[in-house]
Design a protein around this ligand. Structure first.
Ligand code: MN
Length: 202
C-alpha cells in the first residue's frame, strides 16, 4: 500500500495574491510529490509500508534518514495544504480562540511569537502551534521534522503549521520571509486549525 499525493483542496491560484499559483503548482506538484515518491521508495518491501504516516513519525528514529526527511515532508505538506484556504484569515473563534488567549495573553501576541518562530528558524524548516501536555505552545523544527517525531525537541499534536522553506515563498517574495509570513495570516484556515485543536485535546 503506497502513500499518495493528496489533491489540493482548492485551485492552485485560489490563494493569490498571498501565495501565487506558480509557487503552489511547483510546491505541491513537484516538492510534495517527490516526498511521496521517495517515501514509497524508502519503505518498499518493509513492514512499515502498511502503517499510517502518524505512526511512522512516532518511531522515525528507527527508520532511517530517507523516511525522516520524506515521511516528514509528506505529513507536513498534507497538513499544511488543509490549513490554507481562500477567503480565510482573520481570527479563530471558539475553543481555539479561548486557548490562544489563555496561553499567549492575546491573539496578537500569539501571532508575534509564531511569526518569530518562522522568521528565526535558520535555513529550512517549519513553524508550529502545538498542543503539548494539554496546553498550546509555539515552536519550530528544522528541515522536514515535526512535533510528532520521536526525535523532536518539542513534542505535541500540530494545530497550525507554516512551511518556511525558501521553496514555499521565493518565487514571489524572494528573500523576504517576513513578508511571506505576514501574508500567510490572510489565508489561514482557522476552521481546520480548530478541528486539529479539538482532535488534540479530545
Ligand atoms: Mn514545502
Amino acid at each position: 500500500m503506497a502513500f499518495t499525493l493528496p489533491e489540493l483542496p482548492y485551485d492552485k491560484a485560489a490563494l493569490e495574491p498571498h501565495i501565487d499559483a506558480m509557487t503552489m503548482e511547483i510546491h505541491h506538484g513537484r516538492h510534495h510529490k517527490a516526498y511521496v515518491d521517495n517515501l514509497n521508495k524508502a519503505l518498499d518491501g518493509k513492514p512499515e509500508n502498511n502503517e499510517d504516516i502518524e505512526a511512522l513519525m512516532g518511531k522515525v528514529s528507527t527508520l532511517g534518514a530517507p523516511v525522516r526527511n520524506n515521511g516528514g515532508g509528506h505529513y507536513n505538506h498534507s497538513l499544511f495544504w488543509k490549513l490554507l484556504s481562500p477567503n480565510a484569515g482573520g481570527q479563530p473563534v471558539g475553543a481555539l480562540a479561548e486557548a490562544i488567549t489563555a496561553a499567549f495573553g492575546s491573539f496578537d501576541e500569539f501571532k508575534l511569537q509564531f511569526a518569530n518562530a518562522g522568521t528565526t528558524r535558520f535555513g529550512s524548516g517549519w513553524a508550529w502551534l502545538i498542543v503539548q501536555n494539554g496546553a498550546l505552545k509555539v515552536c519550530s523544527t528544522a528541515n522536514q521534522d515535526n512535533p510528532l517525531m520521536d526525535v523532536a525537541e518539542e513534542k505535541g499534536a500540530p494545530v497550525l503549521a507554516l512551511d518556511v522553506w525558501e521553496h514555499a515563498y521565493y518565487l514571489h517574495y524572494q528573500n523576504k520571509r517576513p513578508d511571506y509570513i505576514a501574508a500567510f495570516w490572510n489565508v489561514v484556515n482557522w476552521e481546520e486549525a480548530n478541528r486539529n485543536y479539538e482532535v488534540a485535546t479530545a
